[in-house]
Ligand binder design. Structure first.
Ligand SMILES: *Cc1c(COP(=O)(O)O)cnc(C)c1O
Length: 382
């Protein structure tokens, strides 16, 4: 049986074959531990890790010394948020106030929620109809003790991008530490931690054609307020912030994925934008029951999310019909609850359940999108 066409690149991406080739030696002959200082096995691994750090830093316009390796964006978010709040609560004896947004990934929302147990105060900012946090909302939520803002660069379900420059600037003016979950944005939006005033940034290998199980956290060590308590203790790697023997093949992969992302940055995003806009136009022009979720233009180059009114067909059937996309369940089935992201932008429960996310990627071709359009149109022919 032929596998369906993969259009779920907001869930994960295929490892780029160039990345795999770069990683391969570090599973085989270059197997050293970068912490081994007394022989060439260790030195070679250490050099490879150093080069990767430079590649990731370049993608963010960061100092390589400010890049810390993790197991992915979930861990990066946990270290950034819990690490900071623990420091503020236990060392500085503060009751910090955190602002986050209603449509963050659970790897932010659930961590922030847990911070309440540690004594933090939390405000969850509502978003506008497109899924963006507005500065006026931040002004309304700000308190005397607001210490920390965590707002995603781009949303994983609806693809909407926040104005990170404006939010970073607002945080800077108000002396508030700014964290952004950039797992979806990295490689698709030009990120610059300096001009955007970002203090902490999370990214993930497997969302950018790198391997799963590796990620990074940028920490602005130049901001004296940014002090993180580690969540784990051990061998002192990564300045003690994230101890444990480094995942050298994964790190090499993430470095190469970052290098390639920069290499073809505009080309790749323009290609995806063209395909995405063609898909959106085809669906909206041909299916009167369809509505695009998220921002019409300020969205990831690789994301389209639609809701379909009065759809009787089961969207899960698309998967059996040659299309690997992410879908809610039909309204009649109450097994799955509707997406909290779609609810937060005002999509009603029933409509939220009959929605699909289409995630294009580096390996998506025009004929894949044509096939996708015809399958979606087919749902409405009876
Ligand atoms: C995928 C994703 C995560 C989780 O990343 P992992 O590397 O899988 O832990 C966090 N936030 C966003 C926005 C994501 O898209």
């Amino acid at each position: 049986m032929q596998k369906p066409i993969y259009l779920d690149n907001n869930a994960t991406t295929k490892l780029d074959p160039r990345v795999f080739e770069k990683m391969r030696p570090y599973f085989e002959e270059e197997f050293g531990n970068p912490a081994s200082q007394s022989h060439c096995y260790g030195w070679e691994a250490e050099l490879a890790v150093k080069k990767s750090r430079q590649e990731v830093a370049k993608l963010l316009n960061a100092n390589p010394k400010h890049i810390f390796w993790t197991s992915g964006a979930t861990e990066s978010n946990n270290i950034a948020i819990l690490g900071l709040i623990k420091q503020l609560v236990y060392s500085k004896k503060m009751k910090p106030h955190i602002i986050t947004s209603a449509i963050e990934h659970k790897a932010v929302l659930d961590v922030v929620k847990y911070c309440e147990n540690l004594g933090a105060e939390v405000s969850v900012a509502p978003v506008n109809e497109y899924g963006q946090v507005e500065i006026s909302t931040l002004n309304k939520l700000k308190k005397e003790n607001t210490a920390f803002v965590s707002i995603m660069a781009a949303n994983n379900e609806i693809g909407t991008c926040n104005n990170i420059m404006a939010i970073g600037n607002w945080c800077q003016v108000n002396s508030i530490i700014f964290h952004t979950d950039a797992a979806q944005a990295t490689g698709k939006i030009r990120l610059n931690v300096e001009t955007m005033n970002i203090d902490l940034l999370s990214l993930s290998g497997h969302k950018m054609y790198g391997p799963k199980g590796v990620g990074a956290l940028f920490v602005n060590l130049e901001n004296p307020n940014v002090k993180l308590s580690p969540l784990m203790f051990g061998g002192g790697q990564e300045g003690g912030l994230r101890p444990g023997t480094l995942n050298v093949p994964g790190i090499v992969g993430l470095g190469e994925a970052s290098r390639i992302a920069l290499l073809h940055f505009d080309e790749e995003n323009e290609k995806n934008c063209t395909l995405r806009d063609h898909l959106i136009k085809e669906v909206l022009d041909n299916i009167p029951q369809a509505k695009l979720n998220g921002h019409p233009t300020e969205r990831l180059s690789n994301n389209a999310n639609f809701s379909f009114k009065d759809l009787s067909a089961d969207l899960f059937a698309l998967g059996l019909n040659g299309l690997a996309v992410s879908s809610g369940s039909a309204c009649s089935s109450n097994s799955a609850s509707a997406s909290y992201v779609l609810k937060a932008i005002g999509v009603d429960d029933c409509l939220a359940k009959s929605s699909i996310r289409i995630g294009l990627g580096r390996f998506t071709k025009k004929e894949d999108i044509d096939f996708c359009c015809s399958k979606i149109k087919g749902l409405f022919k009876s």
